[in-house]
Design a protein around this ligand. Structure first.
Ligand SMILES: NC(=O)c1ccc[n+]([C@@H]2O[C@H](COP(=O)([O-])OP(=O)(O)OC[C@H]3O[C@@H](n4cnc5c(N)ncnc54)[C@H](O)[C@@H]3O)[C@@H](O)[C@H]2O)c1
Length: 303
């Protein structure tokens, strides 16, 4: 049965951690006309956010977004004055550990999230209000998630210009292991092996080396926290890559090429506001693009 959820005035958004992700989100939401408050332990990040129209305060309400490094997430609300009715979400690259810490403490008030956006830069100087435009934003719908709160978190992602992908934390972690965490490890392996090949090889490195190793230019602490925080799914996804590398090379090249060059495109859909229907949309590779009172609009890839 679908659950009608009235759309009411958008609540304020509180962003904790005003670095690349949080600073970009705060700036995007200010641009979209949302009331944005924020806090960061770094005074320089606070100043930069204030200059972009964020009200710097420890008093947060509405939808509170945790955008701190993964190891800091569990304690990110300590010392802040957060409205007990607030919905709390996050942008961490791994979802099961955050669900087990913040989610266990907050229950149905917590909605795990992960925007598939970001660069190898970090800190408030890397703020880009357009960072989320057109990006996918995974948003976790666990059996205990309050759907009204999930929709509030979804509105934040949509207001930042993203498309929302409904997932469970376990599905998210398995999926991003394959498309994000393993690529970081492969980029590290490629770069390390090229380093062993010597200075001549590195001096001849061009586009394919640059593209294949770009992500390992990220802060090593960020990459380590990400892959170690998702160790099981990442190891399983890496095993699948190793199996692929054992195939005859012409077969492997053709298989990879076919996946990378598959035609895009999609068709518009309307999905009722219920967990099973929303998760089915995400599993089909679909996204939510607009929230309405009794359903969401979105699109799915052509079959
Ligand atoms: N960088 C990416 O490509 C990317 C992509 C998607 C998700 N993420 C996730 O986003 C989160 C933030 O990453 P980022 O790249 O924005 O990092 P960042 O280093 O650019 O910013 C983190 C900010 O959090 C602040 N901070 C640290 N501890 C804090 C605390 N206890 N309270 C308040 N502020 C605190 C820091 O001062 C800094 O300004 C991480 O959890 C990461 O997994 C990153």
């Amino acid at each position: 049965m679908s659950l009608p959820v009235p759309t009411t005035e958008a609540p304020p958004v509180g962003v904790v951690g005003l670095g690349q992700l949080g600073g970009s989100l705060a700036a995007a939401l200010v641009g979209a006309g949302r009331e944005v408050r924020g806090w960061d332990v770094d005074p320089a990040a606070r100043e930069a956010a204030a200059a972009r129209g964020v009200r710097v305060t420890r008093e947060l309400a509405g939808v509170v977004v945790l955008a701190v490094p993964l190891p800091a997430t569990a304690a990110a609300l300590d010392g802040l004055d957060v409205d007990p009715a607030a919905t709390v979400t996050d942008v961490g690259s791994v979802k099961e550990p955050v669900l087990a810490s913040v989610g266990a403490a907050l229950g149905g008030r917590f909605v795990g999230g992960h925007p598939m956006a970001g660069t190898e830069r970090s800190g408030h100087a890397a703020t880009d209000p357009g960072l989320f435009r057109g990006a996918r934003w995974a948003l976790c719908l666990e059996p205990g998630t309050d759907l009204r709160r999930w929709l509030r978190a979804a509105e934040v992602a949509l207001d930042a210009g993203a498309e929302v992908v409904p997932v469970t934390a376990a599905e998210h972690d398995a999926a991003v292991a394959a498309v994000s965490h393993v690529p970081h490890l492969l980029a590290a392996a490629l770069a390390a092996a090229a380093g062993e090949a010597g200075p001549l090889a590195l001096s001849l490195a061009a586009g394919s080396f640059r593209d294949g190793t770009r992500v390992i230019g990220s802060d090593p602490a960020f990459v380590t926290a990400m892959v170690e925080g998702n160790a099981g799914p990442t190891a399983a996804a890496l095993d699948r890559v190793l199996v692929q590398l054992g195939r005859p090379w012409p077969e492997l090249v053709a298989a990879g090429h076919a996946v990378r060059t598959a035609p895009g495109g999609g068709r518009a859909v309307r999905v009722p506001l219920e967990r099973a229907a929303l998760l089915a949309l995400g599993r089909a590779g679909g996204t939510v693009t607009r929230r309405l009172a009794a359903f969401v609009e979105g699109r799915v890839p052509e079959a």
